[in-house]
Write a protein that binds this ligand. Structure first.
Ligand code: B3K
Ligand code: ZN
Length: 838
């Protein structure tokens, strides 16, 4: 397979002035007629992308011309082309048999598309690359009640999109759909019709997505000054979808999981995800669609910025500190993990085989952190000015990271050349801090270092914005938050003080680095109790939890009473947001602890980690003991269910407390909570407790209640594996794959069971027998033949193999080798497995 390099970028020899598409839909024989007008830039052959197409006819300005076809391209020699010409092509495609869910495919009888990154080439011949932008006109002939495409409707089945766009933003949907309709008037006075299209029967689950859309549109105007630019904005929910959602111009297509919600079927987490993803896709209209990427190496230009913006939005809609903590938890769980292993790559990669493999936590989440650091470095006002310049200067263009940085340099006068290293260097910088107090002078000595990663043996220092404060031993703040810029490998900071303070570093997690300090448990307890920065209060609690867990794991030590007391104090503090308290109570994940072992030079034993975590959890439960029932009662949310942050916060704390209570009463209270639950958040929380307590009836009851609801059943599948005893996990998962409703071709269902094992039951996945590894490999090989994209993504469960003991390493390598040598393996999976293999 061919590797594509950033350095090889060349613009096309022809521009596209206009695209007209005419679809006659049929499950196995859809006809696509295209009329594309080109203008010449350089007298070269016209080489267009096209895959799995049956060419029926081809004309240039009405005449047949010689052309060549390969598996992947159509070539028309330059000699047959003029300065400006129209290419008319008719092809036949088969959406029904398109199981990759890329291009035009079918989901539950409905036609839909997914073109990002390179799916349009499976629809017709075209320059399938983001720097070729054109206005589109689309006609759809189908015997379905609804036909949708990008832009504004002009007649039934006819759509015009005046905004030039690349192929990856093209979309088409046709099917038996019903709309929930609403309206939004933009700051420019444009009346926009908003529709959320779902399958008949799901109409009662669209309110929250619509509400989130309207709030996103308003926020985008208020905070970024960007209005919507078409007369219609459509969202469609699709059951079979490879990822979360897609920002097609004016026609966002969503995994139904991120649209459909009712109190009975969706959890608070689902509601928050819907809000965040609706916002994310909507925000792409400016950061991605109006200003797009020159090439796929620039993916973070739209993704990092749009994630940053959706995080800002969620922080504004909910609690900002809680949102920040959740974002950092995600970043550490997914991106730090990726950055520490064989799949590490820069935020802007320089080479790829299959671009779908680079829609990663690094491009998205670290990409967002980079934007956040830039904003911290230049300040909020300068950030706003730079964004205004970005939109003014680049509207309608396909841009690069250089364009983005240039805007900041031009609007602030600052040299950001060193900052660009954040885009170029893979790996998470380690920031090591030591301190000293002598003769009234407090010294902080900082060092940064980034480990080598694939293809990058030596790393240069990066600019790290360090938001920090100093706290006195009594808990009083000695120095309020200031931002220190570290641009060299080492930095020394000095402060004249009366006594040695406790440093509160990296407040708000001001940079995506691994902080290494010699902080004592006593200092952490002070920070947990008194830090003025909520993020660092939580961070102190996490570090305390981690050291207590590690002590239990390595020496069998019981948790320190001082920590348990401090924890109880936070949990019972009514002045604190219950969502914050719930986060303080949540122990670091098993994967996180495996990583902590690795960082400490200890080979992680997933079975021992699982046990240690359970032991510490039990100790917390016993310590809080009699206080738990009253605490649980205090989290009641009377009145009808509301997904808003306040009530959701209480439910999240209740779930944590119920989990502790279950350790003491074996599930008595969880049973009562299960029976009394009137919403999915409470029901699922209690369900998990009961499963963990070994309840033998609840699984069947839950299943009987929710058998006909696909999204709820996804939760049932996932939870059944996640809560299984690690020794039984593979057997449980295997049995679930034989369940009548295990539709493995549906990515949501596949992920429920397979990731239920790999991500949610790590001790089961890493079982010393190697059965978990075999189970994963079996299913990856099975799915790869149908859906390479989801297969490749799920293969990352193996990325941490280097952490483990030689036996586990060998077992994993055996499965990776088995996958790699499988005949007909997809390019997607081959690339991933190749990068992960020894
Ligand atoms: N841009 C899409 C992701 C497309 C993934 C293609 N493999 C969703 C998003 O980031 O908004
Ligand atoms: Zn995105």
């Amino acid at each position: 397979p061919q590797t594509i390099y950033l350095k090889d970028y060349t613009p096309t020899p022809y521009n596209v002035a206009h695209v007209a598409l005419d679809f006659t839909l049929h499950p196995t024989a859809t006809r696509v007629q295209s009329r594309i007008t080109f203008t010449r830039v350089r007298a070269e052959d016209l080489v267009l992308n096209g895959e799995d197409l049956i060419l029926k006819s081809l004309r240039v300005d009405g005449a047949e011309v010689p052309h060549e076809l390969s598996e992947t391209h159509l070539t028309i020699p330059a000699a047959h082309l003029s300065d400006a010409f129209t290419l008319e092509v008719e092809v036949e495609i088969s959406p029904q048999t398109n199981t990759a869910l890329e291009g035009l495919y079918m989901s539950g009888g409905m036609y839909c598309t997914q073109c990002e990154a390179e799916g349009f080439r499976k629809i017709t011949y075209m320059y399938d690359r983001p720097d070729v932008m054109a206005p589109y006109e689309v006609t759809i002939h189908a015997d379905t009640p609804v036909q949708l495409s990008n832009g504004n409707p002009t007649a039934p089945g006819c759509w015009t999109d005046p905004h030039p766009k690349p192929t990856y933003l093209f979309a088409l949907v046709a099917g038996d759909l019903v709309a929930t309709t609403d309206h939004f008037t933009t700051m420019e006075g444009r009346e926009v019709t908003l529709n959320v299209y779902v399958r008949p029967g799901d109409e009662d689950k669209t309110d929250y997505a619509m509400d989130a859309l309207k709030r996103s549109m308003k926020w985008e105007e208020d905070v970024y000054g960007r209005p919507y630019d078409l007369d219609v904005f459509n969202i469609v929910a699709v059951d079979d979808f490879n990822m979360g959602a897609m920002e097609n111009k004016g026609l966002n297509i969503f995994n139904s999981k991120y649209v459909l919600a009712s109190p009975e079927t969706a959890t608070d987490t689902d509601y928050a995800m819907i809000e965040g993803i609706v916002a994310h896709e909507y925000f792409h209209n400016w950061t991605g669609n109006r200003i797009t990427c020159r090439d796929w190496f620039q993916l973070c230009l739209k993704e990092g910025l749009t994630v940053y913006r959706d995080q800002q939005f969620s922080a504004d809609m909910r609690s900002a500190p809680v949102q920040r903590i959740k974002d950092v938890l995600q970043l550490r769980a997914r991106q730090f993990r990726e950055d520490a292993g064989p799949l590490a790559h820069p935020v802007r990669p320089e080479a790829f085989v299959e671009i779908n493999n680079f829609y990663t936590a690094t491009v998205y989440e670290k990409g967002a952190e980079v934007i956040g650091m830039l904003r911290t470095l230049v300040g909020p006002a300068a950030y706003d000015a730079a964004l205004t310049l970005y939109f003014d200067r680049h509207d309608g263009q396909a841009c690069t990271i250089e364009d983005w940085i240039q805007v900041f340099e031009d609007s602030t006068g600052r040299d950001l050349s060193q900052f660009k290293r954040w885009y170029a260097q893979a790996g998470t910088p380690h920031l090591t801090v030591t301190d000293d107090f002598k003769n009234g002078e407090y010294t902080l000595h900082l060092k940064q270092k980034t480990k080598p990663s694939a293809g990058q043996p030596d790393k240069a220092p990066q600019v790290i914005p360090i938001a920090m404060g100093l706290i006195g031993a009594d808990g009083a703040e000695v120095l309020p938050t200031q931002v220190v810029e570290m641009s060299e490998a080492e930095l020394t900071l000095r402060y004249e003080l009366d006594a040695k303070p406790i440093p509160s570093l990296l407040r708000g997690f001001s940079a995506p680095v691994i902080l290494e300090t010699e902080q004592s448990e006593a200092d952490r307890l002070v920070l947990l109790a008194h830090d003025t920065d909520p993020f660092n209060r939580w961070e102190a609690s996490t570090l305390l939890a981690k050291s207590n867990l590690m002590a239990n794991l390595t020496a069998g030590s019981a948790p320190a009473t001082a920590w348990l007391d401090a924890l109880t104090k936070v949990i019972t503090d009514d002045t604190l947001d219950p969502a914050f308290r719930a986060l303080v109570l949540a122990l670091p994940s098993e994967d996180n602890l495996a990583n902590a072992c690795d960082a400490a030079g200890i080979v992680p034993d997933p079975t021992a980690i699982h046990s240690a975590r359970k032991a510490v959890h039990l100790a917390i439960a016993q310590h809080m003991g009699e206080a738990l029932p009253a605490l649980i009662a205090a989290t009641a949310t009377p009145g009808p269910y509301s997904p808003a942050a306040n009530d959701a916060a209480k439910r999240s704390l209740r779930a944590q407390l119920l989990r502790l209570q279950t350790r003491l009463d074996g599930g008595t209270m969880a049973r009562a909570a299960y029976d009394a639950a009137t919403n999915m958040t409470d029901q699922l929380a209690a369900f998990g407790c009961l499963l963990s307590a070994g309840d033998t009836t609840v699984a069947a009851a839950f299943e009987a209640q929710w058998r006909t609801d696909r999204l709820v059943m996804d939760k049932w599948f996932a939870m059944s594996v996640a809560e299984a005893d690690p020794d039984d996990a593979v057997a449980v998962a295997t049995a679930l794959t034989q369940h009548a409703d295990f539709d493995w071709k549906n990515p949501n269902r596949f992920r429920s069971v397979i990731a239920g094992m790999t991500a949610m039951n790590p001790a089961g996945f890493h079982h010393p027998s190697g059965a978990g590894y075999r189970f994963l490999a079996d299913w990856l090989l099975k799915l790869d033949a149908l859906n390479p994209q989801t297969t490749a993504r799920m293969s990352t469960a193996f990325e941490t193999w280097r952490r483990y003991d030689v036996d586990r390493q060998a077992l994993i390598q055996e499965q990776l080798a088995r996958i790699a040598t499988h005949p007909g393996l997809s390019r997607d999976t081959a690339e991933m497995v190749g990068r992960m293999r020894d």
